[in-house]
Design a protein around this ligand. Structure first.
Ligand code: PLP
Length: 390
């Protein structure tokens, strides 16, 4: 069989400046890493609180692995839930203030599985235009009618709901990122709650980037807006601010039981290893306590420092609250050139291109961690301003 078709497609991507290639990191996701052999400042990890190499998580992971082994053996419906799965779900539902919670193997699997498991051909999903790819794929898999509304535009969403109402047959669900992964802005949850109440539908928030980071207790975007109890389905991940791996949805028990019965990414996949679940529990202890509060405060201070510094010549949002700072560079070629130049100067900032973001909105996506040092950020901001002025 000839592989020419794929080789040609890759060459086309290379010619368009769109080829993706992996870089090798040696060591943990710390503020400094070795990237392809050279030491660089890491400015593109979602390890926002710096928990990915926290001694408490490592110890919990190791202890659980010594006691329960490395693997869970099968899907939970086949070989049973491990006690650590149940403990972590209980802790997550308590953290988010819901009746129940269910673990998934990653945020991607969670979004695909939740939407496919709960929605069907008679239903309508209203989805923000900048929602994560896993939500888009979940919408497709659900076979529901999908109505995409312009980013954060609740007036247009309302108009679309008015249009849909006369032909309504089944369930409606509004789905949104809590913190938008590539822009760092927040979903207008109070307005979405008002719409979901008015139209009697479900509200699902993907808080992959808000969980652990936003709100006084780190409960996420819902806590930030003061509307945690109004969210029906809280999706969150354990692999970003919580420093581990995996994901979950927290919500009413009837929906969790429905997912256990219908969600294909839950049913047909080996469950999380015990060490990963134990690390999740250790992370929640930190996020929920004084140390988590301190780390969130530090992250906000670093955000103010970095945005103030960048804002002297670049259009960055100095009023925002998330640790994601997009710097729009428009086209792929200059974006990747800037990213490569920064890497040569010892700063690792990822360039983001379509299809991750819409055409014409390529960007350098800077992400901050509570463990960054102010001096390192000042130097990085200076270099970013310089490269974009070239
Ligand atoms: C908003 C959002 N949802 C879901 C995911 C998927 O989560 P995971 O990386 O755990 O698969 C991501 C991942 O980057 C994300 O940004």
């Amino acid at each position: 069989m000839s592989l020419e078709t794929w080789q040609n497609a890759l060459e086309r991507l290379r010619g368009e400046g769109m080829l993706r290639q992996l870089k090798t990191v040696s060591g943990a996701q710390r503020d400094h890493i070795r990237l392809d052999g050279n030491e660089v400042l890491l400015l593109c990890s979602n390890n926002y609180l710096g928990l990915a190499d926290h001694p408490a998580l490592i110890e919990a992971h190791c202890r659980a692995t010594m006691q329960y082994g490395t693997g869970s053996g099968a899907s939970r419906l086949v070989s049973g839930s491990m006690t650590l799965h149940r403990d972590l779900e209980d802790r997550l539902s308590q953290f988010k203030g819901t009746e129940s919670a269910l673990l998934f193997n990653a945020g991607y699997a969670a979004n695909v599985g939740i939407l496919q498991g709960l929605m069907g051909p008679d239903d309508v999903i209203f989805s923000d235009s900048l929602n994560h790819a896993s939500i888009i794929d979940g919408c497709r898999l659900s076979q529901a009618r999908v109505v995409v509304y312009p980013h954060r535009d609740t007036h247009t969403l309302q108009r679309l709901m008015v249009q849909e109402a006369p032909v309504r047959k089944g369930q409606w669900l509004i789905v949104t990122d809590g913190v938008f992964s590539m822009d760092g802005d927040l979903a207008p949850l109070p307005e979405l709650v008002a719409l979901k109440n008015h139209y009697d539908c479900l509200l699902m928030v993907d808080d992959a980037h808000g969980t652990g980071v936003l709100g006084d207790g780190g409960k996420g975007t819902g806590e930030y807006w003061g509307c945690m109890p109004d969210i029906d389905l809280h999706m969150g991940t354990l692999g970003k601010a919580l420093g581990g791996f995996g994901a979950f949805v927290a919500g009413p028990d009837v929906l969790i039981q429905s997912l256990i019965n219908r969600s294909r990414s839950f049913i047909f996949s080996t469950s999380l290893p015990p060490g990963v679940a134990a690390a999740g529990l250790a992370a929640l202890d930190i996020v929920d306590g004084e140390e988590g509060r301190r780390r969130r405060l530090q992250l906000q201070k670093l955000r103010s420092l970095m945005t103030r510094c960048l804002a002297t010549s670049l259009p960055v949002d100095t009023d925002g609250v998330s640790p994601i700072l997009p710097i729009i560079t428009v086209d792929p070629e200059p974006t990747m050139r800037a990213s490569a130049w920064l890497q040569d100067q010892g700063v690792f900032v990822q360039g983001i291109r379509p299809p991750t973001v819409p055409e014409g909105s390529c960007r350098l996506r800077v992400t901050l961690m509570a463990t960054h040092q102010p001096d390192d950020l000042l130097r990085a901001a200076d270099l970013i301003r310089r490269v974009l002025a070239l």
